[in-house]
Design a binder for this molecule. Structure first.
Ligand code: AMP
Length: 283
């Protein structure tokens, strides 16, 4: 595997490749990331991965400085997956000047859910992803459904800018007890780690409650959401949101749409101690 930090050197290595598939990450790789590498291999060749902890997408009080950086272990894992190039730019490589041009996703998608609790997050994500796409120029790029809203926003960005890249979604990989794998799981204490799967269990419960409704209407969904938030809080979590939304645009749904069989998704973010976990489940 070639490890490259310089944009020009990356371009030189990829010259003439028009089927590259790309997996952007922030490193501290786990099985979830590796499943994306395997999916990428099915959709293109060569596979290019990136590791870059993107300052632009972290809020002032978030974990940019303490975000786990485990480059050597990550390299070993990517070697085993047969990744052809690891693009691991430094901040100076990717942002040689302050990044003043940024991609601002539409409010109705970028400022809800994660965007409400992490202002500017999706602006930082879109900006770095557009720039990484420009560096790698892949034919396809793989993103996890674990970050459901992010996947949707990147898809819309690619569509609206007519980027010549197909966005491929990857299923969420979970630990045996159901907890979605995440680099931030490493922040959990032993007791918190034992409690953490409660989040996915709750998503499953919420899904059952929705499926068991005699009639789906907005009022019933709101009651289910409120009860779920209360249940998490009772277990000692600090929930940011548990929201049942339309899969198509993540907006709150209407009785009319519900009657027409609108597909739904449950999205959640909640803090357990100092660790903020997110998860989602399609209905
Ligand atoms: P990150 O390093 O957290 O920025 O994640 C890089 C990519 O891996 C994103 O597309 C994530 O959605 C995806 N990802 C993170 N966790 C998982 C998981 N448990 N299963 C599948 N994909 C994941």
């Amino acid at each position: 595997m070639k490890i490259i930090s310089d944009i020009q050197e990356l371009r030189d290595h990829l010259r003439g490749q028009n089927r590259a598939s790309f997996v952007p990450t922030m490193g501290n790789l786990h099985e979830g990331h590796l499943s994306l590498m395997r999916l990428a291999r099915q959709h293109g060749d060569p596979v290019v991965a990136s590791i870059f902890v993107n300052r632009l997408q972290f809020g002032p009080n978030e974990d940019f400085d303490s975000y786990p950086r485990t480059m050597q272990a990550d390299i070993d894992k990517l070697e085993k997956e047969g990744v052809y190039i690891l693009f691991a730019p430094t901040e100076r490589d990717l942002y040689p000047q302050p990044q003043e041009y940024r991609v601002d996703p539409p409010q109705q998608l970028g400022d809800i859910l994660e965007g409400e609790f992490r202002p500017g997050f999706f602006k930082g994500v879109c900006t770095v992803v557009l720039k990484l796409f420009s560096c790698v120029q892949p034919k396809v790029a793989v993103f996890g459904k674990k970050d459901y809203q992010q996947l949707m926003i990147i898809r819309q960005m690619a569509k609206q800018f007519a980027l010549p890249v197909d966005i491929i979604p990857a299923e969420t990989i979970r630990a045996e007890d159901g907890l979605a794998l995440s680099s931030r799981n490493g922040y959990l204490s032993t007791a918190e780690r034992a409690e953490a799967p409660a989040l996915q269990r709750l998503l499953n419960e919420v899904r059952s409650q929705v499926l068991n409704l005699n009639e789906r209407n907005v009022e019933a969904l709101t009651t289910i959401e409120k009860n779920a938030v209360a249940q998490l809080a009772k277990r000692g979590w600090s929930p940011d949101y548990i929201a049942i939304r339309q899969q198509s645009d993540l907006a709150p749904t209407s009785n009319e749409n519900l009657q027409a069989g609108e597909p739904l998704v449950i999205l959640t973010a909640a803090k357990l101690g100092k660790t903020r976990l997110i998860d989602n489940l399609e209905i």
